[in-house]
Design a protein around this ligand. Structure first.
Ligand code: MLT
Ligand code: ZN
Length: 486
């Protein structure tokens, strides 16, 4: 028997005991779907996929992995954008998928909080809370399949960060299984706690490299009772930044989302759905705006009419449509939420996730647009993203017929990423605003982050996980972790 199959057998037999005969997948047909990211860009290998149903089982499985020298790759909905949940490293690995840890443990209306396990699907959680009259405001394209553990571990953002913040702002407490197998119960619902280091923040955005998140205490908000949606067309991206300021000042605290889409991107998503445009496509930029509040006498459409009429007069926008009912609003938002899907259909798409200060968005887009269009002839360059977060996704859709091998595609993607990242960092930006580093951006992190940043990160990793057993090959290069000496 080979070393690998021997190790697989020992792992599976011990895991089967831990999980009382259920939840260990090891045959290729059972594991295939867990080994590849949803964009189908990274395919890994694992000895087995574990589907534990309790935090105690997670703890025992982590201890088992340690004792056998098998790396643990935490995975939730596997909808990440940078390959962070796929087992690709030089170590034999097991996937620890948290989907079966999917209970809502507590909804607490006094503390305005919920305790949800890591495998809760975001759409289900939002619906359960809506029935309880509460809002959990995280919202992004993969809402129907992404899970709490992944949202926490990638510090997800999405379209409502402008009003409610990203996961880092929405998490009150966490339960985590550490790389040594200990269970850390940090499920507090406190709004204030200055009793030492804020440990939960270390696990948020750590992409499973410091432990397995098994549950989270999350902040809740009142369900808005009045909401309105509008789409506007604009002459430039700077006009979008200017318009956001007008809304942010004029409807303070009520701007839920302010999402920009370039003309080419909108055309692509419309052709994907075979839908006719919601407004004439004669402008280079479009913004989707959502206003919402719970006050009885407040009318979002009145605000839209006032602000947008003024904006047309001043030439800040070209045109606007206000959704007359929630069905029409839903149709507009569907266009936004299916962008990644439409781009994947069209070609080999590479979505960047940089952020720059809001004041520098226009210059950033001007620079990357010029450079990318000069460099890549057989590609479309699109833009979509979150104006209020300075986080505009630069999306390059390469023609599959021209870039016809994996090697050509990877080379083009690496070059495009480098160009976008360089422009962003030169404008005081970040190479990743919300998608994380995962597998995809390890080298870029080495290139663009300061030595002091990287050293501190590697020291934290070594302090938690000296043997690099937890999601190796993600976020930090293994050589960087090995070099760190406490
Ligand atoms: C989005 O804003 O659409 C998401 O971050 C996903 C993506 O960039 O494709
Ligand atoms: Zn985004």
């Amino acid at each position: 028997m080979s070393d690998v199959s021997d190790m697989r057998q020992r792992l599976v037999s011990a895991a089967t005991k831990i999980m009382e005969g259920k939840g260990t997948l090891s045959s290729p047909s059972e594991t295939a779907g867990y080994l590849i990211d949803w964009r189908r860009r990274y395919r890994g290998e694992a000895l087995a996929v574990m589907l534990p149903t309790s935090v105690e089982q997670v703890s025992e499985l982590v201890k088992l992995g340690r004792s056998l020298g098998v790396a643990i790759v935490p995975q939730a909905g596997n909808t990440g954008m940078t390959g962070g949940a796929v087992p690709i490293s030089d170590r034999p690995s097991m996937i620890l998928n948290v989907s079966k840890l999917n209970r809502v443990r507590d909804i607490d209306s006094q503390n305005n909080s919920v305790i949800a396990e890591a495998g809760c699907i975001l759409a289900n959680l939002r619906e359960t809370l809506e029935q309880a009259g509460k809002l959990f405001p995280m919202l992004l394209g993969s809402v129907g399949s992404c899970q709490v553990g992944g949202l926490v571990s990638t510090n997800a953002g999405g379209i409502n960060v402008l009003r409610y913040g990203n996961m880092r702002d929405l998490v009150l407490g966490l339960e985590v299984v550490l790389p040594n197998g200990k269970i850390w119960n940090g499920l507090k619902v406190l709004r204030k706690d200055n009793s030492g280091y804020d440990l939960k923040q270390l696990f948020i955005g750590a992409e499973g490299t410091l432990g397995v998140v098994t549950a989270a205490a999350l902040k809740l908000f009142p369900q808005p009772t009045n909401s309105g949606t509008a789409m506007v067309s604009l002459p430039s991206i700077q006009s979008a930044v200017d318009l956001l300021r007008v809304f942010a000042d004029g409807a303070a605290g009520k701007v839920e989302a302010f999402e920009i889409i370039s003309k080419g991107q909108l055309e692509n998503v419309l052709s994907h759905h075979e839908e006719s445009p919601p407004m004439p496509l004669s402008s280079p930029w479009y913004v989707l705006i959502e206003l919402a509040d719970s006050s009885i006498d407040w009318d979002p459409n009145q605000v839209f009419e006032q602000v947008l009429a003024g904006a047309v007069e001043r030439g800040v926008i070209h045109d606007a449509v206000i959704a007359s009912d929630s069905k029409k609003a839903g149709r507009l938002w569907k266009l936004r939420h299916t962008i990644s899907e439409a781009n994947m259909r069209k070609g080999f798409s590479v979505a960047n996730d940089t952020s720059v200060p809001i004041s520098k968005i226009a210059i950033f887009i001007e620079q990357v647009d010029k450079r990318l269009k000069q460099e890549f002839k057989a590609a479309d360059v699109y833009y979509a993203g979150h104006v209020g977060d300075g986080n505009i996704h630069v999306i390059i859709v390469f023609d599959r017929a021209f870039y016809d091998t994996d090697k050509k595609r990877e080379k083009a993607a690496a070059r495009a990423n480098f160009m976008v990242h360089e422009a962003s960092v030169n404008l005081d930006g970040s190479i990743s605003a919300e998608h994380g580093v995962g597998l995809m951006h390890i080298e870029e992190l080495e290139r663009f982050k300061s030595e002091v940043d990287l050293e501190m990160m590697a020291q934290i990793k070594r302090a938690f996980d000296p043997d690099n057993i937890m999601n190796p090959g993600k976020v930090l290069a293994t050589s960087r972790i090995d070099a760190a000496r406490n």
